[in-house]
Design a protein. Sequence first.
Length: 418
Amino acid sequence: MSSDSRIKGFYKLSLEERVQLLKDIAGLSDADIQAFTRGLDLATANKMIENVVGMTQLPVGIATNFRVNGKDRLVPMAIEEPSVVAAASNAAKMALPEGFTAVSTRPVMRGQMQVLCVKDIPGTIKTICTLKGELIEKANAFADILPSIGGGVIDVGTRCIGPDEDRMLVVEFFVDCRDAMGANTVNTVVEGMTPEIERITGGKALLRIISNLATERMAKANVRYSEKAIGEGVADAVVNAYKFALYDPYRAATHNKGIMNGISAMTLALGNDTRAIEAGAHSYAALSGKYRPLSRWWKNENGDLEGELELPLAFGIVGGATRTHPVAQFCLKVLGVKTAKELAEVACAVGLAQNFAALRALATEGIQRGHMALHARNIAIIAGAKGDMVDKVAEQLVKERKVNVTRATEILNALRKG
């Protein structure tokens, strides 16, 4: 990929011009472009899930201006909602030249085994602790190639949960999944270790499954916005908007939804599991017992706005739809990441940018101004506008501040009559 994610006037180019420019910047082949524009074929789709009868599609846009840990990234995003890609690009531009810094932990996932009917839970926990090394060694026999590439089972833990009448033992295997999301391997490990755990505990293993609350697989991104970049008074407005989410879970839900607008769109474009990523994010937001915002915003001693986002992000760049879906492969090549760790760090930065863009819009001009300008295009299309008529109808809708299908139809009919 090019060393510069800033593409001046990218949104002004025609569709064909954008594709050609992206091809040149990312070093894509004609085959890459054909696969991207053709998308998933029915024969491949039929092998991915059951009872296939067709396909649905979402637009894939490119968020520009992202610089994460000193590297420029063009970020593919698959989403139906107008303004998300534009907002992320604008927020990333205002963070330049420094951009975002991000870190992530080792890619460790937790596999859980629910064990019932254990007579002496405290004693069993002590036994498992004593046998930990042996259990790790046996569990790694089910971890495929991970141990040979620096991953695999690295720890075993136990927890006792539930009231007296429902007391149960949970045995957890912690697996370094390297560049995979890890669900298949983790599930294989806990299922494979069932006979051994049942023998040790004298209990009955029921559920054996990965946890999507990946607190051992965290990503954190930071950003600083100067007053010159974002405007006078914006830092205070954003901090106060953040505090609304901090103190009110109803606001926090929408605050975090805005963060996930960016992360989920990127996740989907790259063929990763959006439901797993979202489940992990929202459960982490409630981990303290109260649902809270995932991000944090404050003014530093120089009066600049600083933001931080931390959440579990279990991404993969090998296996699954990431390697099956041609559009996912194309998007991975455009993004240019080489490891799942890099992918998580970029995604975290995207979520933070999206959050800033939403808070800034809400606290200054209001969310509808920019959003409705883009939404008007969809309304124009619903009313039957095509080609140049789409922009003409949308422009009039925004000017009148009447963005609805009835008015769009009236404008379109008037334009056609000349």
